[in-house]
Design a protein around this ligand. Structure first.
Ligand SMILES: NC(=O)c1ccc[n+]([C@@H]2O[C@H](COP(=O)([O-])OP(=O)(O)OC[C@H]3O[C@@H](n4cnc5c(N)ncnc54)[C@H](O)[C@@H]3O)[C@@H](O)[C@H]2O)c1
Length: 340
């Protein structure tokens, strides 16, 4: 099969591509190496995903990415340095390949930055996503997986969060763009029969995790002896999901889409284990064997109090079975962090 993965040089995308290539598929990776975090991390992710030596000599961004594109091209893999906001550019890619299914992970992620740059989030996460659907329509590609987020639940009072809960109350621009994607996706499913699954990821962690996310940021700060920005009283809580479980959920969604027609589904992918901020930090301190210095700060606007996934639908519909508990996952993450 030939899969087009957007955002394939990011955290989740690079793991997905690694798995798809190992399973013998062909992959087209569309990524613009956005400046949300250092592009060099994305170059390393890309090299690791295609099993090449990550010992890369960096010079400047344009040169590095063009060199990476050249050295990585093979019969089964092609990287396009391409912004999803540019429909013409995307069209050339769709023209050049027979794509079986699109897995759309490219996005501006992160809740807090979306409050600073809401229009850019709308351009990438909404318009960019629509560009892909427009091209799927034009090129008759009718299988599509889209990354959504637990943030669409806002401060949902019902715990755990189920796909049937009302999600009309997002509290950040990021969350609203993800919810818009789910809604607009339904239009393309309805009008153009694009079979579609929107996966609501619950805070994903593990090797290659984005450096802006709390587990990675805290691990770096503890190791360097820096102060941990500790927002609120430590009782905010997250359903943290280990990367291998997320990849398992995506690959099972691919199989489901390939075996069924007339699909439009929204599915939670979480671990169903809730960890408070205090517990998360204590686990990192214990694993690193270094005490942290906390700097207590007020809660940040846009941050939700708690996330907790009901994963009954994922289990029954696609056979999702997450199996990495938080202690174990953090051990693996810290091992990776200390090795890199
Ligand atoms: N990591 C999480 O905890 C989490 C939770 C919920 C949802 N998600 C969603 O999962 C997806 C992947 O997240 P991630 O953590 O791997 O993020 P990431 O930032 O590591 O990966 C996203 C990739 O998209 C690329 N990208 C951004 N804007 C682009 C554009 N305009 N054109 C082309 N490529 C562009 C980036 O360069 C990056 O490589 C995103 O859609 C995110 O919103 C992630």
């Amino acid at each position: 099969m030939t899969y087009l993965v957007t955002g394939g040089s990011g955290f989740i995308g690079s793991h997905l591509i690694e798995k798809l290539l190992r399973n013998g598929h062909s992959v087209i990776n569309v990524d613009n190496f956005d400046d949300f975090y250092n592009y060099q991390i994305k170059i390393k992710n890309t090299l690791q995903s295609i099993d090449q030596n990550p010992d890369f000599k960096f010079s400047d961004k344009e040169t590095d990415i063009s060199y990476l594109t050249d050295i990585s091209r093979s019969d089964h893999y092609q990287l396009y340095y391409q912004d999803i906001r540019d429909k013409k550019g995307l069209e050339n890619i769709f023209k050049s390949h027979d794509i079986d299914l699109v897995i759309h992970l490219a996005a501006l992620a992160g809740v807090r930055p979306s409050i600073e740059r809401p229009l850019e989030y709308e351009e990438v996460n909404v318009r960019g996503t629509m560009n892909l659907w427009e091209l799927c329509k034009e090129f008759n590609i009718n299988k599509f997986i889209c990354a959504s987020s637990s943030s669409v639940y806002g401060n949902n009072e019902k715990i755990p969060f189920a796909e049937t809960d009302n999600v009309d109350h997002p509290i950040s621009p990021y969350a609203a763009t993800k919810r818009s994607g789910e809604i607009l996706g339904h239009v393309y499913h309805n009008l153009y029969h694009i079979d579609m699954i929107h996966l609501r990821f619950f805070t994903v962690y593990g090797p290659r995790q984005r450096p802006d996310l709390a587990i990675h940021k805290f691990t770096r700060l503890i190791s360097e002896g820096g102060e941990i920005p500790f927002y609120g009283d430590g009782n905010t809580a997250r359903d943290y999901t280990y990367i291998d479980d997320i990849i398992d959920g995506i690959t099972k969604s691919i199989l489901y889409l390939e075996a069924h027609a007339g699909v439009y589904e929204i599915i939670n992918l979480g671990e169903s284990e809730v960890v408070t901020l205090s517990e998360m930090l204590a686990t990192l301190e214990n694993t690193l064997k270094i005490p942290a210095t906390r700097k207590i700060l007020p809660m940040q606007p846009g941050d939700v109090l708690k996330t907790n996934a009901d994963i009954t639908k994922a289990k029954t519909l696609i056979g999702y079975q997450p199996d990495t508990d938080f202690q174990n996952g953090i051990k693996k993450f810290v091992e990776w962090f200390l090795r890199k």
